[in-house]
Design a protein around this ligand. Structure first.
Ligand code: GLN
Length: 539
């Protein structure tokens, strides 16, 4: 078996430079050359996973097939590579320490003093190499969260140093992503912050092999030479990453700059072919010049934060391209709809998506929005909480159960149409305890969703504690409002649809996590197609 090669991606100068996108873009280019690649992310915070984090902290929590609650960068990895990730692809300091402390309690360290070096760094190194165990990958790209110089990143940087030393130069390399700021007063791009950041890395014993430079302006030849000289990298390893309109353009930009070639050369790997990335380019061509335009309202309580619904936004973009349409997403704060709807706002929309969520804030607004789109035949897509609120809305406004609610919002409601799942009742711990990951769902023959998926057996990812209360099956479902999908083992309601409406679907699961550039999610594609039809009928 050939040796797995390792690429480490570190970040300097500031956060939010897009290490995840650079890692995913490089992986895409290497995958296009038939290398088997995966990407993993190591996050320096102490939470065991991001599942308990408020979206205001690090944006959306992404969920993998095996039910790991992970950093949103794993979503980018899957969307770019069209390959699933797993629990092993995301490690946090909390998880590392938890394991080391567990081992200490088991006496695994044989009376030694347990220390950051070597015990924490050994645990990190072991996890960095975990995905190589089955020989499934030629190259593993590891993104180190945070910025070089942060106290909390130090054990990771030290682990990378040791691994590069142990694996040897042919088998491991370090890419440093940095910022070249433009000072408009001086009319100049500045290299000093990058020089300092590379030096900080060197103080930890790591020499950056490749510099990827985020910039708003083209780097001149002279500037590239200067960066190469002062940062100790070859000139061809100074890679410009100029601002682009879409993250999906980045792989092509990196290819133009020769990032894949530099990496393969350095790792002593042959370039397999000059990759054309034809399908990717076609996707970008439609994205750039769409034939149609439409507007989808996204109703949620975190809409002011663009990262909170990352996977939903990307899934809408993918399915827009599949429909040759540009989807403009109109963020609508659900709390703003708690008391009154601005009808003008809604009539200007071609479809409405009600987002997932937790807790009671903004739920009345979600219910009001759903009533409006149901009564006015505007395409509606409810995801998780959005589906649950669609059930509450129907119970209240059509079935006359005016006090109907989810027990998450009103524990004492007389009509708990959404209730906590039986197996959740005795759980008191918050982290990793929801119904998570992929579960099977059986679709009803003749339902809209069956047509959309072109099959009756599907599997989708979940993240919830509450469910449709089956005591209300007979009361709520009727000729219009139908159960369209359920779990074959537990009978749990997974999908509801309203058949007297042009497109009204609520799903208990999260289809957005499975939408990729190569395979836009069928439900999103169908929803956007319905919105497009609505748009054209309005004219
Ligand atoms: N709060 C709801 C539940 O726990 C919905 C969760 C979600 O939208 N992801 O069931």
């Amino acid at each position: 078996m050939s040796q797995t090669k390792y690429v480490f991606v570190t970040g300097g100068v500031t956060s939010s430079l897009g290490k995840g996108i650079i890692a995913a873009s490089l992986a895409k280019l290497l995958q296009a050359q038939d290398y088997r690649v995966t990407i993993q992310k190591f996050d320096p915070y102490l939470n065991v996973d991001p599942g308990t984090l408020n979206p205001y902290e690090h944006g959306e929590c992404y969920v993998t097939e095996d039910g790991a609650e992970t950093d949103l960068d794993l979503g980018h990895y899957e969307r770019f590579l069209n390959l699933p990730t797993s629990q092993a692809n995301n490690v946090t300091t909390g998880r590392v320490y938890q394991r080391v402390i567990e081992k200490e309690r088991q006496g695994a360290f044989l009376g030694k003093t347990v220390q950051v070096i070597p015990h924490i760094t050994n645990e990190i190194k072991e996890r960095m190499q975990l995905l190589a165990q089955n020989g499934d990958y030629d190259i593993i790209i590891t993104e180190i969260g945070g910025t070089v110089g942060d106290i909390e990143s130090l054990p990771y940087i030290e682990a990378v140093r040791q691994l590069v030393y142990e694996l040897g130069d042919d088998n491991a390399l370090v890419i440093h992503l940095t910022l070249i700021p433009y000072l408009s007063a001086a009319g100049e791009l500045k290299t000093k912050p990058t020089q300092h950041s590379v030096k900080t890395l060197m103080e930890s014993g790591i020499k950056a092999d490749v510099l990827v430079c985020r910039t708003e302006h083209e780097l001149t030849d002279e500037l590239r030479e200067k960066l190469a000289l002062f940062c100790n990298v070859k000139k061809e390893a100074v890679i410009q990453s100029i601002d682009v309109k879409s993250i999906y353009e980045v792989p092509l930009k990196m290819q133009e700059e020769g990032l894949d070639t530099v990496v393969l050369n350095r790792l002593q790997l042959d370039p397999h072919s000059t990759t054309q990335l034809e399908e990717w380019k076609q996707f970008l061509a439609v994205l750039d010049q769409p034939k149609h335009k439409l507007r989808i309202g996204l109703v949620g309580k975190y809409v002011e934060l663009q990262d909170a619904y990352k996977s939903i936004l990307e899934a809408l973009l993918h399915s827009g391209v599949a429909n040759e349409a540009a989807v403009e997403v109109v963020p609508i704060h659900s709390e703003a709809l708690d008391h009154a709807l601005e009808n003008d706002l809604f009539t200007a929309l071609d479809g409405v998506l009600v987002a997932p969520g937790f807790g009671s804030r903004g739920t009345e607004g979600k219910i009001n929005a759903i009533q409006y789109v149901r009564e006015n035949n505007i395409p509606f897509f409810g995801i998780c909480y959005g589906m649950q609120m669609a059930v509450v809305e129907y119970a209240r406004n059509v079935k006359g159960l005016t006090a109907a609610n989810s027990t998450e919002i009103d524990e004492a409601t007389s009509h708990p149409v959404i209730d906590i799942m039986e197996e959740q009742k005795n759980i008191s711990k918050m982290g990793g305890t929801m119904r998570l990951g992929a579960w099977d769902c059986l679709l009803e023959e003749g339902s809209l969703v069956q047509q959309v998926y072109q099959t009756t057996a599907i599997s989708e990812r979940h993240r919830h504690r509450y469910e449709f209360n089956s005591d209300f099956t007979d009361t709520l479902f009727d000729e219009d409002f139908k159960l369209a999908g359920k779990n074959p083992d537990t009978q749990l309601v997974e999908i509801v649809e309203n058949t007297s409406h042009p497109w009204f679907v609520g799903v208990q699961f999260h289809p957005e996590y499975k939408s990729t550039v190569a395979q836009p999610h069928p439900l999103f594609v169908s929803f956007v197609a319905a919105a497009l039809k609505h748009h054209q009928n309005k004219k």
